[in-house]
Design a protein around this ligand. Structure first.
Ligand SMILES: [Zn+2]
Length: 264
C-alpha cells in the first residue's frame, strides 16, 4: 500500500521535475500551464497525468502530432522508483522514531529530486546550476547533522570535493567542471564515508564504461562513414548523471566498497 502511494507520489513529483529542469534559468516561470513546444497548445488536465498521458497519446501531441520526448515518462518513472527505493533503504532509521524518520525521508527524496533536475540540466546544457547544488548542500548538511556519523562520514564530502577540484584544476576544467566538485561535496556529506565513496567509485565505473562505449561507437561510425574527425579524450559526456546514479545505487544497495574504512 505504502509502496503504491510513494510510487504514484514519485510519478507526480517527477512530472513537476521535468518542468523545473526545462524552465530553470530559461526566463519562463515555474508556474503556469504546460504547453506543446511546437504548436503552443495548452495541455488539458487529462494530458498532464504522468506516464498514462504519454502512453494514451501514443507519445504525440494531440493537436499537431509532434513526438513528445521520452525524457518525460522516463523521468517520471525514475522519480517513482527513487521514492520507493529510498523509503526501503532508509527503513533502518525507523528506530530513531517515526517523526524523525519521516523528516529524514522527506529530506532525502527532496535531495534526490534536486539531483534528478541537476542530472537532466547537465545532460542538456553541460553545466550544473549553482543554485540547485547549493540547495542540496544545505539539505545534505541538515541530513548529516540529524543522523550523525563517525569522522570519515564528516570528511567524505571535503575529500571528494578536493579530488574533483584537483582534476578540475589540473585539466583546466576540461575533464571535469567545478560544478562536479560541488555536487561530489554534497553527495559526500549526504551519504557519509562508506556510501559516499561507493557512490564515487560506482560513478567512475559507469562513467568510464559509457564513455568507452561512446568513443568506440564514434570510432566505428567514423570508420563506416570515412569521416576524419580526430578522436579526443575531452569528455563530451557530462559527469553529473553518473554521480547521481552512483549516489542512488550506493544508498539503495547500502554499498560499502571501501569496507576497510569501517575498521579505522
Ligand atoms: Zn503540438
Amino acid at each position: 500500500m505504502i509502496t503504491v502511494f510513494l510510487f504514484v507520489l514519485g510519478l507526480i513529483v517527477g512530472s513537476f521535475l521535468n518542468v523545473v529542469a526545462l524552465r530553470y534559468n530559461s526566463g519562463t516561470s515555474i508556474g503556469g500551464r504546460s504547453f506543446c513546444f511546437v504548436c503552443k497548445k495548452r495541455l488539458r488536465f487529462w494530458e498532464l497525468v504522468p506516464v498514462v498521458s504519454f502512453v494514451g497519446l501514443g507519445g504525440r501531441c494531440s493537436e499537431c502530432k509532434t513526438g513528445i520526448s521520452y525524457q518525460y515518462p522516463l523521468v517520471e518513472l525514475i522519480t517513482g522508483l527513487v521514492f520507493v527505493s529510498v523509503f526501503y533503504a532508509l527503513l533502518p532509521l525507523l528506530k530513531m522514531g517515526n517523526g524523525i524518520f519521516l523528516f529524514l525521508y522527506v529530506l532525502a527524496i527532496a535531495i534526490y529530486s534536486i539531483y534528478i533536475v541537476i542530472g537532466i540540466y547537465d545532460l542538456r546544457h553541460k553545466i550544473i546550476p549553482d543554485g540547485l547544488v547549493y540547495a542540496t548542500l544545505l539539505m545534505a548538511f541538515v541530513f548529516r547533522l540529524s543522523i550523525g556519523g563517525v569522522w570519515i562520514d564528516w570528511l567524505a564530502g571535503p575529500i571528494l570535493f578536493a579530488f574533483f577540484a584537483l582534476i578540475w584544476l589540473i585539466s583546466r576544467g576540461r575533464a571535469m567542471g567545478f560544478g562536479d566538485a560541488k555536487l561530489a561535496l554534497s553527495i559526500g556529506i549526504f551519504l557519509g564515508g562508506a556510501m559516499g565513496f561507493s557512490a564515487f567509485v560506482l560513478a567512475f565505473w559507469i562513467g568510464t564504461a559509457v564513455t568507452l562505449l561512446y568513443m568506440a561507437g564514434k570510432h566505428i561510425h567514423m570508420r563506416l562513414f570515412k569521416r576524419a574527425k580526430p578522436l579526443t579524450m575531452k569528455t563530451e559526456v557530462p559527469f553529473a548523471p553518473f554521480l547521481i546514479i552512483g549516489a542512488l545505487g550506493a544508498l539503495v544497495f547500502h554499498l560499502d566498497l571501501f569496507h576497510v574504512l569501517s575498521f579505522i
